[in-house]
Each structure stands twice: as C-alpha cells, then as structure tokens.
Write a protein of this length. Structure first.
Length: 214
C-alpha cells in the first residue's frame, strides 16, 4: 500500500471510531444540523404579501422549553440562532432576524430529542431545561373525524366474511405512550399528555390530523 493510500484509509478508520464516541456523536449531530440548514427549503424566496382579506397566518410555536410569557422570552432571547443550528433535524427556523426561533409542527414535526440539544445550546435562559421525563407542550393534536380512515363514511365495502382493517398508524407512531388511542368507534382520541410535536400529522395517510399550537 502506498503512503498516500495508507494515510487516506487510516484517517477514514480513525473518523469511524471517533463517530462511535459521545463526542463524535455530538459532532455528527452538528454536521447533520448544518446539512439541514443548507437544504433548499431554507433558501426559498420570501412569500408574497397576502391580501388584506386573507385568513390570519397559522400560529407558530417556540422551541421546547421556551419561556411561556412572550415578553420574558423576547427579553431573554438574543436571536443568536444557536438553537436553530443545534437542532439535528432542521425543524427550527426564523421569520426574519427579529422573530427569534420558531417551530411549525404542522410543517415539520419536532422529534422530541431525549437530550434536547436546542435547549442545551441556549445560554440566555430563553429556553429552560425540562424536568426529568417532562415533555414540552407545543400544542395539541386535533382530528378531523370525517377524514379519518376509520370513519364510517370511509370504510370500504367488504365481501361477505371479510373483516374491516383498522388504521392505527397515528397510535403506533406517536412518541408519547398513551397520547393517542382509539375509542370504541375506532376514531383517535387525543389525551392531555399530547405534546403537539406533530409526528402524527405527518404519518396520517388521510391528512386527518393537525396541531393547534398554544
């Protein structure tokens, strides 16, 4: 093996081993965050100004751990963007330099990272650490029952002896145990433990779920 190939392969092997360590994992998350920030959706042209009679814009959430009082949050948040860069899934964004970090669970779901890197990155206290096993509260999921696959109007006609299949995708994919369950009518029930993360919104095949942001 020639010298250049030896060092090239050696560096790759060292990099693989580093990525297996806690420090390497953190570096990997940062690289993923930068990759998400550089994706095309972060460079779309500004939307045109809506007409005066247009419906109000959809309410947006703040990142997990954000101070509930808007005045206190705006006073503490320096709009540095550290939490936006720290998010490994590219979920957080700004609507201009003065908006501070925002999150739209109906557009891009919060993944409820166990280590909450967005909170760890905040040095001003605008994002407060959560208690052990505490989930953030971004909003609450709401189901349009008529759009749900399990609604009577949407059940396919079955041949004699054929059993109807119940859709359980939202229950199965919800990251918070018990936040979504199926009632006796087989329609989704949303519990108080719902975080409003939006993950159910993006897995529903019939677009029957939305998140109402607090």
């Amino acid at each position: 093996m020639d010298r250049r190939k030896f060092f090239r392969e050696g560096v790759k092997e060292v990099a693989r081993e580093v990525m297996k360590t806690p420090v390497g994992s953190a570096i990997d998350k940062q690289l993923l965050a930068f990759s998400n920030l550089l994706s095309p959706e972060h460079f779309t042209p500004p939307a045109p100004v809506p007409p005066a009679d247009a419906p109000p814009p959809r309410k947006l959430a703040r990142p997990p751990g954000a101070l509930k009082d808007p005045k206190k949050f705006n006073k503490a948040c320096t709009k540095c963007g550290d939490c936006i860069v720290a998010c490994p899934y590219g979920v957080l964004f700004q609507m201009g330099p003065a908006s501070g970090p925002l999150l739209d669970p109906n557009l891009n779901a919060c993944r409820l990272c166990p280590d909450m890197p967005c909170i760890d990155s905040c040095e001003t206290g605008a994002l407060k650490k959560l208690r052990k096993k505490q989930n953030p509260r971004l909003g609450v999921a709401a189901v349009s029952e008529s759009l749900c696959r399990n609604h009577e109007s949407r059940k396919p006609r079955l041949a004699p002896g054929q059993k109807s299949q119940t859709c359980k995708i939202c229950v199965r994919e919800c990251p918070v145990k018990g936040a979504i369950s199926l009632g006796k009518d087989r329609l989704p029930d949303i519990a108080k433990s719902c975080t409003g993360c939006g993950q159910c919104v993006h897995v529903c095949p019939n677009h029957a779920i939305r998140v109402d942001v607090f």
